[in-house]
Design a binder for this molecule. Structure first.
Ligand SMILES: *[C@@H]1O[C@H](CO)[C@@H](O)[C@H](O)[C@H]1NC(C)=O
Length: 715
């Protein structure tokens, strides 16, 4: 029994008394307008927001079992090329004021733009490019403490213009009672913002070849879009609407609710594009495992009526290897029993016909729901993932995951390597420019997984006969408290596995982690650590790259100013990790000291050169550089006070002229240039998420809407 199963059995007991309730509390008011350029004003208009509180009112809610509380409010904003958005956010949460900490929180990608004008319960700022932004009110200490599990946050999603809905697209009816509903082939459809798409139970739309499904801005659809019984070609799902898996799945209807289809979007084939959508799982009950979005055809075999695939077939611990059923693979070189696959119709052959996921936001409130997997030759870009299980799962050749922002909740790995092909090479996937804005998984790391490896930022327990090689991870930024960096184990008895028939597990060869950055030292706790181990006792038939080694892993890192080294890791079988190297990474977004003006022997605090104290007590940092980085990653921070004798760093807002600072030889004040007095000056246009392809259309303005598990936990 693993940790998840334990949690799950608790949930099952509690389900009976659960009554779902929609929470309509308006925690934030968001106003925005499009201005021609920075500094220009425009007439602010209220933008629709959506909100989900956690735990959803009621008892027996799964998140509670991992203490995950708080709420998320979000809004989709549209920004046209060459313009800027002026945004005003007001909080209605009684405990929140700018004095209690008010972060308009950029990632490294966006933090150079400038600052926010913050007063009491309001913040005003410009957003000059597309991407994701969070606005949070909290004391500084919350990043590392239990308060991290229980706070109210606002996510602003800044999107490029939507794909226009083609004239003649069929409006999907909200009263169609067929189960499932077929969409296509060769047709365009639209979910209208005027309809209420809620059937009171799980609803599946099955897409076919050459099918486009548009969501009008604000459309909210309680359904899933799935196609796992065949491989399809050319599907587009696009628009700034919401697809919400809200209801329990029926057990095991092939192609509808069997294990292969446990996804809110699960479509297998080639040329599958998902753009702009917000994909949520607001089912308040305990989780059925699954994915927000899994368009990796290699996840499951092709569905066969009468014999649904069960993920537990891949969790069979018969040693050295179970006898796998002869299930037909979608696109893997071999079928599940390792016989040759001979049908590669509609399988991607390059990035050109691979899947594309762009400007997608995936948020779940159900445990056991993973984030995004786009499969072989797939690209995931400019997207946001907030889940209570693994966020991104790169495990197929030639994938590209770039500019993904991750909010990791109390369970799971932000970048999980615990899943796999059955027995085919897995090469050359790139994971680059990943921004982890929260990583609460330290909360359950002590109990999961079973080994000394916790749920770090990168890792998993790998148990496949596929040799994984040439993976490149570049510029992974962890901008929050985290338990550990890398926890990676290869094991012939991994809880999910597909070893070779001899029971061999593939090695992970030549993985490069080129730039893994942590803003803070690791949160210390018990039951987890940085961890590396290959298979300690491979069967004698397992030789070469089937020995299950972690071979030639290079780790270039920077943890609050220092590099990781061997002494940071638990390595119970160091011989299984040959060729491990450590170097220091240089942050490509490092803030030059020249961006701050030094006032030596001065202090700044409320009424002495500062309007507000963001940290009253101050936080211990490694040095001046880390202190100004802290200021730079909070748009409400205008200056920092640094106490060199004990490395204490305190953020201040509304920092005035030098004449108003207090003389004090114990402190130095560093004022962010271009932000004197606070306010959104000095913002540079650009630097945000890349504009997606040529489909970018004209400005639309600012618009928005408003466990079974038991046997087969799949991570
Ligand atoms: C991420 O986005 C930034 C800003 O658009 C861009 O400069 C950068 O190249 C992107 N990263 C990757 C890996 O494409």
């Amino acid at each position: 029994m693993n940790y998840l199963m334990k949690i799950s059995s608790v949930c099952i007991l509690l389900l009976a008394s659960f009554v779902p309730t929609t929470v309509a509390t308006n925690k934030y008011t968001v106003k925005a307008c499009t201005a021609a350029s920075l500094g220009d004003t425009c007439t602010l208009q209220v933008v629709g927001t959506k909100n989900v509180a956690q735990p959803v009112t009621g008892t027996g809610h799964c998140d509670e079992t991992v203490d995950q509380k708080g709420s998320v409010t979000w809004a989709d904003l549209t920004l046209s090329e060459g313009k800027v958005l002026l945004v005003e956010v007001e909080t209605h949460v009684s405990s929140q004021t700018s004095n209690a900490g008010f972060f308009v929180r950029p990632t490294r990608l966006t933090r150079d733009w400038g600052t926010a004008n913050v007063a009491n319960k309001k913040a005003t700022f410009y957003l000059a490019a597309t991407g994701q932004f969070s606005v949070e009110f909290a004391s500084q200490e919350f990043w590392g403490g239990d308060a991290a599990l229980s706070f109210d946050a606002l996510m602003l999603f800044v999107n490029p213009g939507a794909d226009p809905v083609p004239l003649g697209a069929t409006v999907i009816s909200d009263s169609d009672s067929s189960a499932p509903v077929d969409l296509g082939p060769n047709k365009a459809y639209v979910f209208s913002a005027d309809n209420s798409y809620d059937w009171g139970a799980d609803k599946v739309f099955k897409v076919h070849d050459n099918t486009q499904v548009y969501f009008e801005a604000g459309a909210h659809v309680r359904a899933r879009i799935v196609q796992t019984e065949k491989k399809v070609d050319n599907v587009l799902i696009s628009g700034y609407g919401t697809l919400d898996a809200h209801y329990d799945l029926e057990p095991d209807v092939v192609g509808v609710s069997d294990d292969a289809t446990h996804q809110t979007i699960g479509i297998y084939g080639k040329n599958i594009h998902v753009v702009g959508l917000t994909i949520v799982n607001t089912n308040p009950k305990c989780g059925v495992w699954g994915y927000c979005l899994n368009i990796n055809a290699n996840w499951s075999p092709i569905g066969v009526q009468g014999d649904p695939f069960g993920a537990d077939e891949l969790q069979d611990q018969t040693m050295p290897a179970p006898t796998y059923k002869a299930r037909q693979a979608h696109c893997q070189e071999k079928n599940m029993d390792d016989s040759a696959n001979t049908n590669f119709d509609n399988c991607p052959t390059s990035h050109t016909d691979g899947q594309l996921v762009s400007y997608v936001k995936c948020m779940t409130w159900q445990m056991g729901q993973d984030g995004i997997n786009a499969g072989k030759y797939g690209t995931v870009e400019n997207s946001f993932v907030r889940v209570i299980d693994d966020a991104i799962k790169p495990w197929d050749s030639h994938g590209v995951y770039k500019n993904v922002t991750i909010w990791q909740q109390a369970l799971g790995w932000p970048i999980n390597f615990g899943w796999w092909n059955w027995n085919q090479p897995d090469v050359g996937t790139v994971v680059e420019d990943i921004y982890v804005i929260h990583n609460h998984n330290w909360h359950t790391s002590g109990g999961w997984p079973e080994t000394a490896s916790g749920q770090c930022t990168i890792g998993g327990i790998y148990g496949s006969g596929s040799v994984k090689s040439g993976y490149k991870l570049k510029n992974i930024f962890v901008e929050t408290a985290a338990s550990c960096a890398i926890g990676l184990e290869i094991s012939k008895s991994a809880y999910s596995r597909h070893p070779t028939s001899d029971g061999c597990v593939g090695s992970i060869v030549d993985m490069q982690i080129d730039g893994l950055f942590f803003d803070e030292e690791f949160k210390t706790g018990t039951g987890y650590n940085n961890f590396l181990s290959g298979e300690a006792s491979p069967y004698t038939a397992c030789v070469g790259d089937l020995k299950g080694e972690i071979k030639n892993l290079n780790i270039a890192s920077n943890v609050a100013g220092r590099a990781l080294g061997a002494s940071d890791f638990t390595m119970p079988n160091a011989g299984t990790v040959p060729g491990l190297t450590f170097t220091t990474a240089v942050d490509p977004h490092a803030v030059p000291l020249s961006k701050y003006e030094l006032h030596s022997n001065k202090n700044a605090y409320a009424d002495f050169g500062a309007k507000g104290e963001i940290d009253t007590a101050g936080v211990t940092v490694a040095g001046v550089q880390q202190c100004i980085e802290r200021c730079h990653s909070d748009w409400s921070c205008d200056c920092v006070v640094f106490q060199a004798s004990n490395n204490k760093c305190s953020k201040r807002r509304g920092c005035g002229g030098v004449e108003s600072f207090d003389d004090d030889v114990n402190y130095d004040v560093y004022v962010r240039k271009g932000s004197e007095g606070g306010g959104p000056q000095g913002i540079m246009v650009g630097g945000g998420g890349a504009v997606r392809s040529s489909r970018l259309s004209v400005l639309v303005g600012v618009a928005v809407g408003g466990v079974v598990l038991a046997m087969g936990i799949v991570m």
